[in-house]
Design a binder for this molecule. Structure first.
Ligand SMILES: [Zn+2]
Length: 314
């Protein structure tokens, strides 16, 4: 049983065949600056459903279920919910807010987006039956850089998540999108985590294999039991340390499958690369099972769902 907790669905016509342009992780990081015209085209195109390719990749690698969220850009939470409806026994949804700014550049004043966020969260949980908040693009909600001021700006969002007791993802290290690198250092999340102990906070990518970001991710995780990691882009040695220090119960499997990541072919396809990290970490059978699906079931409360992938497990 494998649950992929980190997937972005929907694509754009300009990204429909990147087989020649993205073969390695390094190709992907530089895609925006190597192909600025192609990247810009995605900002005005309408999203297209690419979930058939996701399901096909999941089938190839024995992945039962994925938690899916919007890729940065104009993809709406309703469009993500529509994709989930097509595969109700395979997919569950996470909502995003401000992710349009992650792709297209951020607004000077984050206040209007911040103020309407609690209503959008309520809608996504109550009407779209989503399981939590996907990757936060912090700059869409704040211009602050002091941890207490960032936390204060994010309090209304975190309080709303706390009311529903649903998790949230904060990304670590770099992204392929413009700006926002400052918030890739998750040291500021410590303040947010201690203010909102009832909200599970997932530091996605746990530093992406970069020592500097991994160290701060670990420092925050060691101090707060509501901090979790996903394994996207990490390396075996970091995963080994994390499981030894905070336990496999606080680590979950993820790939970051998306319209761009799905083209990776060297040294292997995306799922093969991500699954190999668990081998490299030398996880025991028990730890492996915990990371591959058990932590996700607990954190996203999937056991209370009617999803058939959970029933199959019983
Ligand atoms: Zn992601």
């Amino acid at each position: 049983m494998i649950i992929d907790t980190h997937v972005h669905v929907l694509s754009y016509p300009s990204l429909q065949d990147l087989s020649e342009k993205i073969t390695t992780t390094e190709d992907l990081i530089t895609f925006r600056t190597r192909y600025p015209r192609l990247y810009k085209a995605t900002l005005s195109e309408s999203p297209v459903d690419n979930s058939q390719y996701l399901i096909s990749d999941m089938d190839k690698h024995g992945v039962s279920c994925a938690l899916v969220q919007a890729r940065p850009g104009s993809v709406t939470n309703e469009q993500v919910a529509d994709v989930v409806k097509k595969y109700p026994d395979r997919l569950a949804g996470l909502f995003r807010i401000g992710h349009d700014q992650e792709a297209a550049g951020y607004l000077d004043d984050p206040k209007p987006v911040r103020e309407t966020a609690p209503e959008e969260i309520k809608f996504c949980i109550e009407k779209l039956h989503m399981k939590g908040m996907g990757e936060v693009f912090v700059r869409a909600f704040t211009t602050e850089i002091h941890p207490e001021k960032i936390a204060k700006d994010l309090d209304p969002i975190m309080n709303t998540l706390g009311k529903y007791k649903v998790p949230v993802q904060f990304p670590t290290a770099w992204s392929q999108f413009p700006g926002g690198l400052y918030y890739g250092n998750p040291i500021f999340v410590d303040e947010i985590a201690q203010r909102h102990p009832d909200v599970p906070i997932i530091l996605t990518k746990m530093g992406r294999g970069i020592g500097y970001y991994f160290d701060t991710s670990m420092a925050v995780a060691l101090r707060n039991t509501n901090i979790f990691f996903d394994t996207v882009g990490t390396i075996g040695s970091h995963l080994r340390i994390a499981v030894d220090k905070i336990g496999a119960e606080r680590v979950m499997f993820g790939t970051d499958w998306s319209a761009t990541w799905r083209w990776i072919s060297k040294p292997a396809d995306l799922y093969t690369i991500r699954l190999k990290t668990l081998d490299d970490a030398g996880l025991s059978d028990r730890e492996r099972e915990q990371v591959l699906w058990k932590t996700a079931v607990q954190v996203f409360k999937l056991e209370t769902e009617e999803h058939s992938f959970v029933k199959r497990m019983d």
